[in-house]
Design a protein around this ligand. Sequence first.
Ligand SMILES: [Fe+2]
Length: 366
Amino acid sequence: MAKRLLSLSVVFLLVIATLLGCASSNESANSSSNGEEDRSKGEAKKEKNGGVVNVYTSRAYETDQELYKLFEKQTGIKVNVVEGKGDELMERLKIEGEATEADVFITADAGNLYVAKESGLLQPIESETIFNNIPDKYRDDENYWFGITKRARVIVYAKDRVNPSDLSTYEALTDDKWKGKIVVRSSENMYNISLLSSFIEVMGEEKATEWAQGIVNNMARDPQGNDRDQAKAVVAGEADLAIMNTYYIGLMLNSNDPEEVKVGKSVGIFFPNQETTGTHINVSAAAVTKYAKNVENAIKFIEFLTSEQAQGKFAAVNYEYPVNPNVEPSELLKSWGEFKEQDIDLTVLGKNQQQAIRIFNQVGWK
Ligand SMILES: [Fe+2]
């Protein structure tokens, strides 16, 4: 393992050295008067035009790509994107350290953003525009990260077998009447870790443990697959209820795969805890990296992502909720109805993370 890490570091150093080498050879081309000079001038012109912003993102959505193009058009700032899984990109930021090219880091889940902040990968920023675009509750209290979309983790039910009037709260899912009828993905998944972290906050550790135990007791099968797979299992009759994020239903309803459309149509969305503590919400968020070289452009980029223009797009195409209160959700989201949200500080999702993982292990949630 150590050997593998060592060789990985060597590869990274080589990559960095190569990049630095390229940069300096471009510089020397500046002072020479060969054919290279024109190219350097071209590059200098591009810089004047607005420069670049380098983005590491775990959001691999077409909408995001379209928004980046729009930002380039409006500002002249070129957006370079590296896509990857959230934890892999965080690992990469750690290894690259000061040498990183990343200016902006985007990933899902306040729990992940908390880890990134604690690991020293981010820096706080000041922008009145961003502060005005996003309410306090959807951003870090020390301005290290800013929500760009909001998601709700709800109960999804089989329309032909479940009467939504039988549903009420997350807690009620632990009732014996749901024995063998619930599917939910693995406890290794950050969405579930954050869900339980929020319960530790709103109901205390003891009740949160009872809840997790109750869900394990009522599971129709060992946790497997992603959120979409839970809805598919419900429609296949393996279970009656799933705990999952709403936007996957939107994505399936609008999928090119007729099977997914059928799944989307066969399930209903129920927002739990409306009379009590509210439905669990989370965010995907953007942050400026600790070692960003283009901080100003990074801030402009996040200002854009939280603007009314961009927020409308996120909501319309990816079926996520806007964080900017001036932007209405899309028609589909509106058709699911308004809902009361959990009223907690999202940084709690990070702070309670280790406790949540311990509880999952304790109750045997695989
Ligand atoms: Fe997701």
